[in-house]
Write a new protein. Structure first.
Length: 83
């Protein structure tokens, strides 16, 4: 069994200037391909309730991007939230 698997997540720059996970630190918020993660990113940025400054802070505006993340096998929970 491998120590980790690579999945893809949506990230943004948080209030302390560090890049972090946009969604929770759970496997259900990781994606098998960058394209799947980009679909979620687009939903966040262009959805009906896209109050980015109100939800993530003004510093997050324009900083969203998809990143690979090492995850635990089987349940795919990320091993880190910082990038």
């Amino acid at each position: 069994m491998t120590d980790s698997v690579t999945r893809y997540v949506v990230t943004h720059v948080g209030t302390k200037g560090m890049r972090t996970l946009t969604l929770g630190m759970q496997g259900r918020f990781t994606y098998a391909t960058p394209e799947e993660a980009e679909e979620m990113q687009n939903a966040i940025l262009h959805g009906a309730n896209n109050d980015i400054p109100g939800v993530y802070g003004q510093q997050a505006v324009g900083t969203f991007e998809v990143r690979p993340v090492p995850c635990y096998p089987e349940h795919f929970d990320p091993k880190t939230r910082w990038f």
